[in-house]
Design a protein around this ligand. Structure first.
Ligand SMILES: Nc1ncnc2c1ncn2[C@@H]1O[C@H](COP(=O)(O)OP(=O)(O)OP(=O)(O)O)[C@@H](O)[C@H]1O
Ligand SMILES: [Mg+2]
Length: 680
C-alpha cells in the first residue's frame, strides 16, 4: 500500500507528510463525502460500537498498572514502617499481571472486530467497484491507463480496511491514552506533571521531524525499487525481451538496470543509517525525560522533604513514557483524516462514473426489433471519439450503408480511415455522435445492449487470448460447449489439425497473451471462438496483413466458413480477400467514398483501383518500378492518407469526395487482382 495509514500504537515509523499532502490535494472533490462514508459502515454499526468501547477500555486499562506500581513501591516494598509487606506485594503483583493479561485479551478481541468490519466493507466495495467498472463503456478503458484502474481497485479499496483498523482505532485509542495518562500523572503529582507538559512538546516535535526525513528516504527507496521492478517486467517479459533482442538493446538495458541498482544500494544504506540516527535520537530523548524528572523531584524534595515518594517517581516516569508515541501520532490526526477522506473520494469518484452507454428503460430485445435479424444499417452516421478535440475532423463523417441479412459487406481503405470504428459502432460499443445505427431494424439505442452482443460475433484486429488452455479460451464463447462442438468449430476454422498436433492438444496453455501461438493460429482460434457462439452477425477486423500468403489463404478460408449464412461486415487489408464480397465500401478519412462490387470498383478507376494497383505493385517483386508505374499513373496515395496533417486535409477534403477525373483513371484498366479487363 505504501500509503502509511500509520499511527498504530507503538509504531515509531514516520510518514512522508509532504508527499501525502500533495497526494491528498489531488483527490477529487466529492460532495456529501462524510454521509456516504457513514453509509458504507452503517450495516456494521453495532460491531463498530463494540469496537469503540473495547478501544476505550484497552487504552484506559494501560494507565492503571503504573498506579498500582506506585503502591508496590510505597506500601509493599518500602513501607514507611520498614520491612517488606509480602502479602500485599503478592496481591499487587497479581493485579498488575492480571491487568496486562486483560488488556491483551481486549486487544485481541478488538482486532478481531476491526479487521472483520474493515475487511467486510472493503470486500463489499471491491465487488461493487469491479461490477461498476465492467459496465463502463469501451471508451473509458481506452482513455484510462490499466494501472490506474488497478490501483483504485487494489490500493484505494484495499486501504479502506486500514481506515478502520488503523486510523480510527489509533485516533480513538491515542486520545483516550493521552487523557488517561494526564489524569494519572496529575493524580500522582501535579508539579511533576507541569514539568512533563513543558518538556514534552519539543520532544514530540523533534521526533516528528526526524521521522519525516526518514520517511522521505524510505519513499525514495521504494520508488527506486519499483523502478527496478518495472525494468525487470519490461525487459524480462516475452514482448520486452523480443523488443530488446531485436534492437540489440540488451547491453543498454543492463546498464539501465545497473544504474538503478546502484541508486538502490545508495538509498538502502542511507535508509539504514537514517534509521539508526532516528532511533538514536528518539532513545536519547526518551531516556532523558525520566532523568530530568528525577532532577526536578530532587529540587522539590530539597524544599519539602517527603513530598514525593519513590513509588510516585517510578509510577510517574512509567506513565509519562507511554505518552510520547500517542502524542506524536495525534499530531498527525488532521493529515490522517484528510488521507482517509482522499481515499474515499477517489473510490466514490469511480463509483460515480456513469457508463456513457446504458440501456434505455424501455429497451427491447433484438428478436422484438421491427426488421429482419441480421440487417444492419448506418444512416448518416457521424462519430468522434470522446476524447478527440471538438474541432477535429470527425472519425466517421456521414456514413450511410445497408447490410442485408446474409450479405457479405467489406470495408477497405487506408490505415486510420475509420474502418475499425465502423465495426465498433455496429454493436454500440461506441455510440454515434449523430445519425443512426440500426440493428435488426431498430436503433441500437432502443435495444438491450446484452441482446445486441448476443447476436454479434467479433473477431478483432488484435486477437486476445487468456493465459489458459485453448479449450478454456474457446469455452469463453459458450461455457457449455461440448468437446465435439469445440472440435467442429476448430475444424471449420482450419485450426483443428494444428491443435491436435500439440502434445497436449486442446489442453495446451496458450501462454501469456497467446505468445505460444503464431499470429495466424491465434486468429483462427479467435474465429473458432466466434463460430462456437454462432451469431447471426459477424464483425471481422482482419489482421491478415501480418500473415504470409499461405497463412492468409488458410485464415481466409476459415473466415469464409465463418461468414457463410451470416451477415458479415469485414475489414480487409488485402483486397484479394474481398473479391467475392457482395458490396465493398471504400472508406477514406471517415467517409465512404466508393461502393460497389470488386469489378465495378476496378472499372471505376477510383481509390479502390489505386489501392489494388498499389498492392499488386508490392507483390510483383520481379518487376521494375517503371514497369509498374507505366501500367497505371503513380497513385497519389500520400495525399489520401487519413493520417496526414489537418490543414492539408481540410484543403483536400473537397477534392477527395469526387475521385480526380484524370483521363488515365477513367480508362478501363486490367483488374490488378484478377487480371481481367472489364467491359467499358
Ligand atoms: N480510442 C480512440 N480514441 C481516439 N481516437 C481514436 C481511437 N481509436 C481510433 N482513433 C482514431 O480514429 C481514426 C480511425 O481509426 P480506426 O481504428 O477506425 O482506423 P482503421 O481504418 O481501422 O485503420 P487500420 O486499417 O490501421 O486498422 C484514427 O485516426 C485513429 O487514430
Ligand atoms: Mg483497424
Amino acid at each position: 500500500m505504501g500509503r502509511g495509514m500509520g499511527g498504530r500504537p507503538g509504531g515509531l515509523r514516520g510518514v512522508d507528510e509532504d508527499a501525502l499532502r500533495r497526494q491528498n490535494a489531488e483527490a477529487p472533490a466529492v460532495p456529501d463525502l462524510g454521509r456516504r462514508v457513514a453509509a458504507l459502515f452503517r450495516p456494521y454499526v453495532g460491531k463498530i460500537a463494540v469496537t469503540a468501547l473495547l478501544v476505550v477500555i484497552g487504552a484506559a486499562l494501560g494507565v492503571v498498572p503504573p498506579l498500582v506500581i506506585e503502591r508496590v513501591f510505597d506500601e509493599a516494598l518500602f513501607p514507611p514502617e520498614g520491612g517488606v509487606q509480602m502479602r500485599l506485594l503478592g496481591t499487587l503483583v497479581a493485579v498488575i499481571i492480571g491487568l496486562y493479561v486483560l488488556s491483551a485479551i481486549v486487544g485481541v478481541i478488538q482486532t478481531w472486530f476491526t479487521s472483520n468490519v474493515g475487511n467486510r466493507v472493503t470486500g463489499d466495495l471491491r465487488v461493487k467497484m469491479f461490477e461498476h467498472l465492467q459496465a463502463m463503456e469501451l471508451g473509458f478503458f481506452t482513455r484510462t491507463k490499466t494501472g490506474v484502474i488497478q490501483s483504485r481497485l487494489q490500493n484505494d479499496v484495499g486501504g479502506v480496511s486500514g481506515v478502520l483498523t488503523s486510523t480510527v482505532t489509533s485516533i480513538l485509542g491515542n486520545t483516550v491514552t493521552v487523557i488517561a495518562s494526564l489524569v494519572a500523572m496529575i493524580l500522582i503529582d501535579w508539579r511533576l506533571t507541569l514539568i512533563a507538559i513543558v518538556i514534552m512538546p519539543p520532544l514530540v516535535i523533534v521526533q516528528r521531524r526526524v521521522g519525516q526525513v526518514r520517511a522521505r528516504i524510505a519513499s525514495e527507496t521504494q520508488q527506486s525499487l519499483s523502478e527496478l521492478t518495472a525494468i525487470t517486467q519490461e525487459t524480462l517479459s516475452v514482448s520486452g525481451i523480443l523488443l530488446s533482442k531485436s534492437f540489440n538493446r540488451q547491453r543498454a538495458e543492463s546498464r539501465r538496470y545497473a544504474d538503478e541498482n546502484a541508486n538502490q544500494i545508495r538509498l538502502q544504506v542511507r535508509q539504514a543509517m537514517s534509521g539508526q540516527g532516528f532511533f538514536a535520537v528518539v532513545h536519547v530523548l526518551m531516556a532523558s525525560v525520566p532523568a530530568v524528572i528525577y532532577l526536578v523531584a530532587g529540587f522539590i524534595m530539597v524544599g519539602d522533604p517527603g513530598a514525593i515518594t519513590a513509588g510516585a517517581i517510578v509510577a510517574f516516569t512509567t506513565v509519562q513514557a507511554r505518552l510520547l508515541q500517542p502524542l506524536t501520532s495525534l499530531m498527525r490526526v488532521a493529515l490522517e483524516v484528510q488521507t482517509s477522506a482522499a481515499l474515499f473520494a477517489r473510490i466514490f469518484e469511480y463509483l460515480d462514473l456513469t457508463p456513457a452507454i446504458t440501456d434505455a428503460p424501455d429497451a427491447i430485445d433484438v428478436e422484438d426489433g421491427p426488421g429482419p435479424l441480421g440487417r444492419i444499417e448506418f444512416r448518416d452516421v457521424t462519430f468522434r471519439y470522446p476524447d478527440a478535440s471538438p474541432d477535429s475532423r470527425p472519425t466517421l463523417d456521414g456514413v450511410t450503408f445497408v447490410a442485408e441479412p446474409g450479405q457479405q459487406v467489406a470495408f477497405v481503405g487506408p490505415s486510420g480511415a475509420g474502418k475499425t470504428t465502423v465495426l465498433y459502432l455496429t454493436p454500440r460499443l461506441y455510440e454515434a455522435s449523430s445519425g443512426q445505427v440500426l440493428f435488426a431494424g431498430a436503433d441500437v439505442r432502443a435495444l438491450r445492449h446484452e441482446s445486441i452482443i448476443d447476436h454479434v460475433g467479433i473477431v478483432s484486429q488484435e486477437t486476445y487470448l487468456f493465459h489458459a488452455t485453448i479449450r478454456e479460451n474457446l469455452r469463453y464463447a459458450k461455457p457449455d460447449a461440448t468437446d465435439a462442438e469445440i472440435e467442429e468449430a476448430c475444424r471449420q476454422a482450419n485450426i483443428h489439425h494444428i491443435i491436435a498436433g500439440f502434445e497436449q492438444g486442446y489442453d495446451t496453455v496458450v501462454g501469456e497473451r497467446g505468445y505460444r501461438l503464431s499470429g495466424g493460429e491465434k486468429q483462427r482460434i479467435a474465429i473458432a471462438r466466434v463460430l462456437l457462439k454462432d451469431p447471426p452477425v459477424l464483425l471481422l477486423d482482419e489482421a491478415t496483413s501480418a500473415l504470409d500468403t499461405v497463412s492468409e489463404r488458410i485464415v481466409q478460408e476459415a473466415l469464409e466458413a465463418a461468414a457463410r449464412g451470416r451477415t458479415t461486415l469485414s475489414i480487409a487489408h488485402r483486397l484479394s480477400t474481398v473479391i467475392d464480397a457482395d458490396v465493398i465500401h471504400v472508406v477514406e478519412a471517415g467517409r465512404i467514398v466508393e461502393s460497389g462490387t470488386h469489378s465495378e470498383l476496378i472499372a471505376r478507376g477510383g481509390l479502390y483501383a489505386e489501392l489494388a494497383a498499389e498492392q499488386l505493385a508490392s507483390t510483383r517483386v520481379l518487376e521494375t518500378e517503371e514497369a509498374v508505374a507505366g501500367e497505371l499513373p503513380p497513385p497519389d496515395l500520400a495525399r489520401r492518407r487519413a493520417d496526414r496533417a489537418p490543414e492539408e486535409e481540410r484543403a483536400a477534403a473537397t477534392a477527395d469526395v469526387v475521385p480526380p477525373a484524370t483521363g488515365a483513371l477513367a480508362l478501363p484498366v486490367a483488374d490488378p487482382v484478377t487480371g481481367e479487363v472489364p467491359e467499358p
